[in-house]
Ligand binder design. Structure first.
Ligand SMILES: [Zn+2]
Length: 463
């Protein structure tokens, strides 16, 4: 029996690698080995493939079976090799088409979590791909592909049925006010959130525990407009590279303050994107910001400026987007009791001083909106029986998509100059004030920035 060669693809160092699965069957004692730097999950393919072939009523060849994954010098991982290995053993010829899918013991073809990245690559290379039928929707989403969708190993022994996947129209989902409407009171916090989301301004809430900072942040991703098809593909690709499930919708991530540098910006071996990339096109909420590790905060400052993360691996550069809207929260002091009328702060003078300097000037300078969130009164927590009829979501969607540049009235320009000199604002905060004022003007349906818009923007400056 000659050597069979089936092409497939996998993710290696966070990029897509074409792999040739070479299968050689020789007479001799039954032996089944996979070589070419497979990881443990690939090695387990032997058991799945053997059972799947037998349970499909097909003959599993006797003898010595060697599977080589070429290029053999690159480490490989994933479960999507099963189908290619099985076809190689059965002696099926697939030419230059890619075959991707995991096999169940019963011979069923199962989904591969990293499929979307592989399909995007296939589309760019003009490859035809055999994919699990359960992932047909992904082929549609990527679009411009030729795929053969299979549910069982047996189907692959029949005549191929290639279909052309045009891009479908995305289901229209809507952003809603629902989560925000459940929070009664905190009008200042809601207003700050509205401005932040509409204009993409990074925001930091300061307030005692239980004041609703987290509730406000959690409402954010429901308020943002749905992702476009291109954004959705980007997000799905990041999750595929990270080997993490993506539940759909606008990404929202809220890592704990104990997170490592690699966890936040990505890294590790194999290389995976971190939280700043997993939250791209969505919201990254960092609660208790001053408690994050110093190196993590430094990296965050960098990311907030560049909006992307670059990794160097064996001389190869790999870049991930990191353009989430950043919402942070902090307590007024380490113990968090400052601002609670019924309790006294337990911090020593030293605690207070240390806490105050944990966030560096350059990092704080990257935030465009600062908002105090006082603790809510008990009666403010009641959930309303009917919506308040707010228009946050529609206002956000309108301003979010607007690329208009607004004119400034003379008075507005003067007010900004005056604020600059009297408040001695940094160049960066001046720029932030300009942008925030424009967002406020747009929210107010104004085609010019007026003094009143600057005055509101100034309320959200750092003090
Ligand atoms: Zn305190």
């Amino acid at each position: 029996m000659p050597t069979h060669r089936i092409l497939t693809a996998c993710i290696s160092t966070a990029s897509v690698l074409e792999v040739a699965v070479e299968v050689d069957v020789q007479p001799g004692l039954p032996l089944f080995s996979i070589i070419g730097l497979p990881d443990k999950r690939i090695d387990e393919a032997k058991e799945r493939v053997r059972a799947a072939i037998k349970n499909s009523g097909l003959t599993f060849p006797l003898g010595k079976i060697t599977v080589n994954l070429a290029p053999s010098a690159v480490r490989k991982s994933g479960t999507g090799f099963d189908l290619a290995i099985a076809l190689g053993i059965l002696g099926v010829d697939m030419g230059s088409d890619w075959v991707i899918g995991e096999l169940g013991l019963d011979g069923s073809v199962r989904a591969d979590r990293r499929m979307v990245s592989l399909l995007i690559e296939a589309q760019q290379r003009g490859k035809r791909v055999v994919i699990p039928a359960v992932q047909a929707n992904l082929a549609g989403l990527v679009g411009g592909l030729k795929t053969w969708k299979v549910s069982t190993l047996n189907e692959l022994l029949r005549e191929p049925t290639w279909t052309h996947d045009a891009s479908p129209v995305l289901e229209s989902s809507q952003n809603t006010d629902y989560a925000l409407d459940r929070i009664i009171g905190q009008n200042q916090g809601k207003r700050a959130l509205l401005i932040a989301l509409a204009g993409g301004h990074s925001l930091i809430f300061t307030g005692p525990p239980g004041s609703g900072k987290t509730l406000l942040a959690e409402a954010a991703h429901e308020l943002l407009p749905p992702l476009s098809r291109t954004q959705l593909l980007t997000v799905m690709q990041i999750y595929a590279f990270a080997d993490q499930p993506y539940s759909g919708g606008v990404p929202y991530r809220s890592p704990r303050h104990t997170i490592s540098l690699a966890g936040l910006i990505g890294g590790g071996n194999p290389l995976k994107p971190g939280e700043v990339s997993l939250s791209s096109k969505g919201v990254l909420f960092l609660d208790e910001l001053p408690l994050f590790h110093r190196e993590v905060l430094d990296a965050l400052r960098e990311v907030m400026q560049t909006k992307r993360v670059r990794h160097n691996r064996l001389g190869t550069q790999r870049e991930f987007p990191a353009d989430a809207l950043i919402i942070a929260a902090r307590n007024p002091c380490r113990c968090g009791r400052t601002g609670l009328d019924d309790q006294d702060c337990l911090c020593s003078a030293r605690d207070r001083a240390e806490y105050a300097v944990r966030l560096s000037e350059p990092l704080l300078d990257r935030f465009e909106l600062f908002c105090d969130v006082p603790r809510m009164q008990a009666e403010e927590w009641k959930i309303p029986t009917s919506p308040q009829g707010s228009r946050y979501a529609s206002d956000i969607a309108r301003v979010f998509r607007s690329s208009d540049t607004l004119g400034w009235t003379n008075n507005a320009q003067l007010a900004l100059d005056r604020a600059m000199s009297t408040l001695s604002l940094s160049g960066r905060s001046r720029e932030a004030m300009r942008k925030v004022s424009e967002t406020i003007a747009k929210l107010e349906h104004s085609d010019q920035v007026h003094e009143v818009h600057i005055q509101e923007a100034l309320q959200y400056r750092r003090r």
